[in-house]
Ligand binder design. Structure first.
Ligand code: CAA
Length: 240
């Protein structure tokens, strides 16, 4: 029977490509989304992948969703914590809401969904967790104290949970994407983005499938000796 995979933020951007590639790898994929119903509907129509609406930053909402997925399809064995938002601004212009929104969605969601699926993975003696971090969590980025803190937190979270999962066949890894051609990156002011791209050694933005390929690799059944690692996929922009 196909293993059940949950991809948060899985109907758009990098997440949509992750969902598609996991489906191609034979997984039963559920793609979570938070707000954009039209995009989710179009994604499901194009791929046949079920989309499930809930706020991954809200623990109670995650609890309901995990219960529903488990009842309908069985326990989640592959979890990709991909959901992420930006609320960029220099510290002097950043308010508490911008901080909380980014921390809750980008980092809180990892806690929520790992917490709610980990025991099930332990029972099965199998689990694959991939947390999507960022180059900006590794290197920092002007105007992103919230995002860099959350993404950096993801990298620490990954290394800690990897140690807890190792004895139970659960691997926990992170991917640190660089600048990938998605709506999130297209929202960066054009002049700023131009300067960023000029610093990417391979000379282009990443594509969503550059990242999705890494997820498929790390979630393979036989990838059981890779845990606690961070795979940087950034065109050589930051070598860490
Ligand atoms: N280093 C030093 N100074 C910088 C700088 C940098 N990297 N970037 C801008 N500045 C300077 C400007 O030159 C300007 O200086 P002057 O006032 O002397 O001209 C000043 O900072 C502008 O400061 P403001 O606070 O007025 O800036 P702003 O409010 O207009 O915008 C910003 C600031 C929101 C951070 C904007 O520069 C921005 O959007 N930057 C891009 C941030 C970014 O890379 N986000 C990534 C989003 S994608 C993503 O996060 C995905 C991923 O994982 C990679």
């Amino acid at each position: 029977m196909a293993r059940v995979a949950l991809v948060t933020g899985g109907t758009r951007g990098i997440g949509a490509e992750i969902s598609r590639e996991l489906q191609q790898a034979g997984r039963l994929v559920i793609a979570n989304y938070a707000g954009n119903d039209a995009a989710a509907k179009a994604f499901t129509a194009a791929t046949g992948i079920a989309a499930l609406k809930f706020d991954a930053g809200d623990y109670a909402a995650c609890e309901v969703a995990v219960r529903q997925i488990t009842a309908e399809h069985g326990p989640i064995e592959i979890l990709v914590n991909n959901a992420g938002i930006t609320r960029d601004g220099t510290l002097s212009k950043m308010n508490r809401e911008m901080w909380d929104a980014v921390l809750d969605t980008n980092l809180g969601s990892c806690f929520n969904l790992c917490k709610l699926t980990f025991d099930g993975m332990r029972e099965k003696k199998f689990g694959r967790i991939v947390n999507i971090g960022s180059i900006n969590g590794q290197a920092g980025q002007y105007g992103q104290v919230n995002y860099a803190a959350a993404k950096s937190g993801i990298h620490g979270f990954t290394k800690a949970l990897a140690q807890e999962g190792a004895r139970f066949g659960i691997t926990v890894n992170a991917i640190a994407p660089g600048y990938v051609d998605t709506e999130m990156v297209r929202a960066v002011p054009a002049d700023v983005l131009q300067k960023i791209v000029a610093r990417i050694p391979v000379g282009r933005l990443g594509h969503a499938d550059d990242i999705a390929r890494g997820v498929t690799f790390l979630t393979a059944d036989d990838a059981d000796f890779i845990t606690g690692s961070t795979l940087s996929i950034n065109g050589g922009q930051h070598m860490y």
